[in-house]
Design a protein around this ligand. Structure first.
Ligand code: SF4
Length: 445
């Protein structure tokens, strides 16, 4: 008999879904992407159908599931969810289950390894398949369909998530991705085309590429863009500025040539990290501030969407220096600006450096979410951070910001495809609100 294996995310602490936009904007700005599925668990289930998955259960749902009897329970969690994961381990030991496994970024913390029977680092489909006595020849990408919700409960868009490579080799010293997976796994073009055909068949025209570093395999990325064009998708990606800068003009030009459709490249998310070159050098970003800013301006010149990731709390930061830096960041007028506090993460070079030089004082893993100061900063006190973040978000999100972004979207639709483009973008709202999200199945074998 095949072993009974259950993989679960951490249980939901509140009825509210995690609100990425809410965590990175001002309180009145209630657009959000509900966290309705676990990408990692969907990849596992798509490729190893023998196992069961449980996404964001309540505590009672999880305990009830444990009663079914399992040989293995795997828990997939992030660092700031460690406390909940350990509570789930305790319940699983009491059930009792045979073995308890840990996966996802939370599993990188050495201090908790002894709580688990097995710890998986990186994308684990192959390792888990071997538990069932087989190998996976080619990773199949599951459909990952999500929506953007508005403050009025009206869904603004439905879109498909896509990964073309997973992992990153760059080695920025604050980032856990190279620890998790420093040799990017490439999803085959065949698997990507199958996914795009599925999205198209279900009326989804917008694709977000969530690779940590789209373009790290340039030839593959170029072939993916060809496929996106073939399926007439509007798409955006997370990428480094150096790759984007070479491609933006070409992609924008292609979009114009599409004529009566708005399909094509719609914008990108970029790690700006900081506006001071010496800090980028220190964190081993291997990019120039001027080059990053030039990429942002190039995107804006073509009327494309911009998301920027920024960090505060470097050792030289003071309240006064942030009063100068944040208005400069706000002057970039990005559509979304994520501001995080520099946080040492387990197994990164930054962790060792901060621990040795200043010391880490806060061991409550809930606070490792990029919104807290968990180490002894020489110039800023932890309790000053909420005020600094609140003030910073006020600078980057003036009340005119939603109007600014809406105007850019409609102007862009008209610029690339005239009134047909405007009509097409308007149709996304009605499509999103009619979409049956219970259709979020896996691909047939
Ligand atoms: S910050 Fe981005 S580029 Fe740097 S290592 Fe992490 S994923 Fe790679």
């Amino acid at each position: 008999m095949a072993p009974r294996v259950l993989f679960a995310t951490v249980y939901k602490r509140a009825s509210e879904p995690y609100d990425y936009i809410g965590a990175n904007t001002r309180s009145w700005f209630r657009f959000y992407w509900p966290r309705i599925q676990s990408f990692g668990l969907r990849f596992l289930k798509q490729n190893i159908p023998e196992l069961e998955i449980l996404e964001f259960p309540t505590w009672d749902e999880y305990c009830k599931k444990l009663e079914e009897g399992w040989d293995v329970v795997g828990i997939s969690f992030y660092l700031n969810e460690t406390h909940e994961a350990l509570e789930m381990v305790k319940a699983a030991r009491n059930a009792p289950v045979g073995e308890i496994w840990a996966g996802n970024y939370g599993a990188l913390t050495p201090e908790i390894h002894e709580e688990f029977d097995k710890v998986f680092v990186g994308y684990a489909e192959q390792q888990v398949a071997s538990y069932f006595g087989r190998q996976i020849k080619e990773i199949i990408h599951p459909p990952l369909i999500e929506y953007l919700n508005s403050p009025f409960g009206i869904k603004l868009n439905v879109y498909g998530i896509m990964f073309t490579t997973r992992g990153c080799p760059v080695g920025c010293k604050f980032c856990q991705t190279p620890v998790f997976c420093n040799k990017p796994n490439t999803i085959s073009l065949k698997s990507i085309e199958r996914l795009l055909a599925y999205y198209k068949e279900h009326g989804i025209n917008v694709v977000l590429i969530e690779d940590e570093n789209f373009g790290c395999n340039r030839r593959h990325a170029d072939a993916v863009v060809e496929l996106l064009d073939k399926y007439g998708m509007v798409w955006g990606c997370m990428a480094r500025a150096d790759y984007l800068r070479r491609m933006i003009d070409e992609w924008a030009e292609k979009r114009k040539r599409n004529g009566k459709r708005v399909s094509g490249f719609g914008g990108a998310a970029i790690g700006i990290e900081n506006l001071h070159q010496e800090r980028l050098d220190d964190i081993k970003k291997k990019e120039g501030t001027e080059d990053i800013l030039e990429t942002v301006h190039l995107l804006q010149k073509h009327g494309l969407g911009t998301v920027g990731y920024y960090m505060i709390g470097f050792e030289d930061d003071t309240r006064q220096s942030l009063k100068i830096d944040i208005p400069k960041l706000a002057a970039l007028k990005l559509d979304i600006t994520q501001i995080c506090v520099l946080t040492p993460l387990p197994q990164t070079p930054l962790w060792n450096e901060i621990e040795e030089k200043y010391g880490i004082w806060d061991w409550d893993w809930h606070h490792y979410d990029g919104k807290n100061l968990v180490w002894n900063h020489p110039n800023i006190k932890p309790d000053e951070i909420p005020g600094i973040l609140d003030w910073s978000f006020k600078q980057v999100y003036p009340w005119t910001m939603p109007l600014r972004t809406s105007a850019r979207v409609w102007r862009g639709a008209f610029r690339y495809a005239g009134w047909a483009g405007v009509k097409e973008v308007a149709s996304y709202i009605s499509k999103a609100n009619k979409f049956d999200f219970s259709q979020r199945r896996l691909l047939e074998a």
